[in-house]
Structures are given as C-alpha cells and as structure tokens.
Design a protein around this ligand. Structure first.
Ligand code: NDP
Length: 438
C-alpha cells in the first residue's frame, strides 16, 4: 500500500484478485515461491511523459501521458489508451493489472498494459485532437512495436484518434507497421467487427451465463449504462438477441425509452454528431414513453430490469444501486466497462444469487478481436465480418466455460469472479515460472 500510495482503484483491483488466489495457493503452495504473486502486482515498466500541444487559439497546453507496461509473460503488452480528465497513474495501473488476466483468458498470445492521458477531448476541434494525438505519439512511439507493445482505444479514443496516432508513428519510424496499434480504420489494416467486439462479446458472455439457468435474452428488459463504443454495440447485439434495452446514459444523465432504445437515433447522436444523450429526447419528440433524467437527479440503476450491463466507467454502480437492482428483480449483470461495480455491489449481487460476469472476462471480446486484428496484419490478410464475429463468439464461449469450470474446480460454483481471477492467474503464472526470476 505504501509503495502505491494514493492509488485506490489499483488497490481495489489487486485486492479482488488476491482474495481469489487464496484458493489456488491452498492447492498449489508452489505458486508462493519466488515472490511470483508480488511480481505480478508490480508493473514491468511505467512511462510518464509530458504532452505539449497548441490549441486553436494558439495557446500551449500541457497534459500528462502514461503507459504502464504491466506484464509481457504472455506476449507483447496489449491494452487500450484512455483520454479522460480523470486519468492518473493509479487508474492506468488498475486497468493494466486487470488487462493481464483478461488477455490471458482470451487464450491468445498477448501481455497486459494500459495507457492514456488526462487530456479532455470533449469540446475539442478535430485539429486540436490531431495535434494532441501527434504530440502524444511523438514520445510514446519509442516504447511501442508489434513485438513490444500494441495499444488500442478506450474511453475517449476511437478510430479517429487511432488514425492520427498511427499516422504519426508511421512518419516517425518510416515503417508501415500495421500491427503496432489496433482499432485501426478498415482501409488501413483495421479488422471488421473490432468496433463491435466489446459490446457484442459482453452480450455473448451474458447470454452464456443466462443459459446456465435455462434462460436467454429473449424478452428480457435490459439497462446498459454509457453510450460510447461498448454501450452502443451491446445495445445492438442485445436487441438482435430479442432483449429490450430500456435505458442508456452519458455523464450528463440517462434516457429511458419504454418502447426500447432507438439504436439508429442513438448512433446518429453519438457516432455522427458526437452529441449528448439529452438530444435523444429532443430528436425523438417527447410524449413517446421516453424521458431524460439529469445526472445527480437519479440513477440509471433505478430503472427496473432483468439484466444490467454497466458499460461506462469504473465504480459507476454502487452497493446501493445493486440493492435497488436486486429489489427490482435483476437476474444477471455483465460488466462491459472495467470494474464498473464496486466491491459492495458485487457482494450484493452474489449474495442475492444474481449471475455476475466480471469485466475481465465479460468485456474481453474487444481485446480478443484486437489480437485477431494483429493476426490479420501479420499474415497480410483480411477476414470477413462473419468469420471474425464467429471467432469472437467462440472465444467468449471458451472464456465463459473456463471461468465456470475453474470456479467449480476451486470450490466456488457459479462464482465467475473467482473463476476468472484463478483461470487468468494460472495462465500467466506458468510462463513466469518458466522464465525464472525476471
Ligand atoms: P467511450 O469513450 O466510447 O464511451 C464512454 C461512455 O461512458 C460515454 O458515454 C461516457 O459519457 C460514459 N462515461 C465515461 N465516464 C463517465 C463518468 N465518469 N460518468 C458517467 N458516464 C461516463 O468509451 P468505451 O465505450 O470504449 O469504454 C467504456 C468502458 O468500457 C470503459 O470502462 C473501458 O475501459 C471499457 N472497455 C472498453 C473496451 C473497448 O474496446 N472500447 C474494451 C474493454 C473495456 P461522456 O461522453 O459524457 O463522458
């Protein structure tokens, strides 16, 4: 704790994993040798750097950039970049730590890392975004490479930002190294279905959890928080599976549409206009069973539903929210975001017998498809949407099944948190032991 002072989210993420590992070392005390568990909790390398850039008024702005290269036991560091004013080293470390186990669960050869900046893209022009991304990459590029570290998007970083960063990487290195970033545009090495992958993947995972109880999404009332990349494609897949998505949100508030969220309208607002969720009501017209609740005047988790899919940010769903959801009859929760549920919320769900899919398993579809993008880049190939989605569906099924069976094997049937932590840990621990003390 002293070494990582002022990093509460990192402590939270580590504590959750360590709580599960007691069951592993009880069976396999050899995992305590050579400080293996302590080593996994310490990043291999962390880079913090200045990002100077010029805004549209000609003023110089300074932001801070981060890249935490957490573990390369399974392959090159892999994990997204987040641009959000709340970013600090503790946030990036929690995300990087989670990423190690998530990436291991995919069964693909990728290590764990995460990065980003406290830059706030909201309200910034295209030119400002471009200059920021170029400056950010001007420092970061020397730490990247398709065999070293392969970033992707996250909050505030989508195809536009990846395009600017890839362009700058190419210019600085004089290398068209497609495999150095994922989430690229389709016309320069991106993969079909990558944009959809995290939301679709969480829907596949949650569907698999529902199926263990003989149920599925058909006819279910679903609440999805957020309205960014993960939320939009969660809504798309849930609707395809026959569920009705009643509500979604952004940091300004949440919208409820009793008739089911109009996905075309949502995409128009979020993907085309880069607008706010409050515009939904204005564009749809009031009095159609839709209403908007401003942030601070209510919680999206007050909306009664059968399935909750938090897909915005960390610690957005508290113990109080969880109790409300349980009282309203929720039966399954799939985390689309990273660590969106507080420890109290997770406890409340599990005590009530709600099926709970932790982010490191449920939202692994994004990074898994990023690894598929790397495969396509390495073989100079391009797969169809259907082929990529079929692989994603298979990977999510495998992740579900390995969490499920590991939880059973370690005496915690139905506990996907324990299953994910243990299955991910064992996969990373084995190569670490093989490599010796490094
Ligand atoms: P986006 O930037 O596309 O969307 C984020 C959404 O969450 C926006 O609607 C945003 O609203 C909302 N949000 C962010 N912060 C807050 C906050 N403090 N309070 C309320 N709402 C907030 O990001 P993504 O959809 O890519 O990421 C969402 C989550 O999913 C993150 O936790 C991310 O780490 C995780 N994730 C993403 C993956 C991916 O492939 N993109 C892969 C795996 C996990 P607003 O616009 O108002 O800020």
């Amino acid at each position: 704790v002293r070494r990582n002072a002022g990093e509460p989210e990192f402590h939270q993420a580590v504590r959750e994993v360590l709580e599960s590992l007691g069951r592993v070392v009880a069976k396999r005390p050899d995992y305590l040798e050579d400080a293996l568990i302590e080593r996994i909790c310490e990043p291999e390398r962390q880079i913090i750097f200045r990002v100077p850039w010029t805004d549209d008024k000609g003023r110089v702005q300074i932001n801070r950039g981060f890249r935490v290269q957490f573990s390369s036991a399974m392959g090159p560091y892999k994990g997204g970049l987040r641009f959000h004013p709340s970013v600090n080293v503790g946030i990036i470390k929690f995300l990087g730590f989670e990423q190690i186990f998530k990436n291991a669960l995919t069964g693909l050869p990728i290590g764990g890392g995460k990065g980003g900046s406290d830059f706030d893209p909201k309200g910034r022009s295209d030119g400002e975004i471009m200059r920021f991304c170029q400056s950010f990459m001007t420092e970061l590029y020397r730490h990247l490479g398709e065999y070293t570290d392969v970033p992707a998007g996250d909050i505030g970083v989508g195809a536009r930002e990846i395009g600017y960063m890839f362009g700058q990487y190419k210019r600085l290195t004089n290398r068209y190294e497609a495999g150095v970033l994922t989430g690229k545009g389709l016309f320069y090495g991106g993969s079909l279905a990558r944009k959809e992958a995290t939301g679709y993947g969480n829907t596949y995972f949650t569907q698999a959890m529902l199926q263990t109880g003989g149920s599925d999404f058909d006819g279910k009332r679903v609440v999805v928080s957020g309205s960014g990349n993960v939320a939009v494609y969660t809504i798309e897949k849930v609707q395809e599976f026959g569920g009705k998505v009643l509500a979604c949100s952004d940091s300004s508030g949440y919208v409820v549409d009793e008739g089911g969220i109009d996905l075309d309208l949502l995409k128009e607002i979020k993907e085309v206009r880069r607008g706010r969720i409050s515009q939904y009501l204005r564009m749809k017209g009031e009095g159609n069973g839709a209403y908007f609740v401003k942030s601070g005047e209510g919680s999206i988790w007050d909306v009664a539903c059968d399935v909750a899919m938090p897909s915005a940010t960390q610690n957005e769903l508290t113990g109080k929210d969880a109790k409300k959801l349980v009282a309203n009859g929720v039966t399954a929760v799939g985390e689309g975001a990273n660590m969106p549920c507080t420890p109290e919320a997770i406890r409340a769900f599990q005590q009530a017998g709600v099926k709970f899919g932790p982010g490191k398993a449920a939202n692994a579809g994004g990074v898994a498809t990023s690894a598929l993008e790397m495969q396509q880049n390495a073989s100079r190939d391009r797969w169809s949407f259907e082929k990529t989605e079929a692989k994603l569906a298979e990977i999510m099924r495998d992740i579900h099944d390995s969490c499920y069976s590991t939880a059973e094997e370690f005496g915690a049937p139905g506990d996907y948190v324990i299953g994910a932590n243990i299955a991910g840990f064992i996969r990373v621990a084995e190569p670490m032991r093989a490599f010796g003390v490094i």
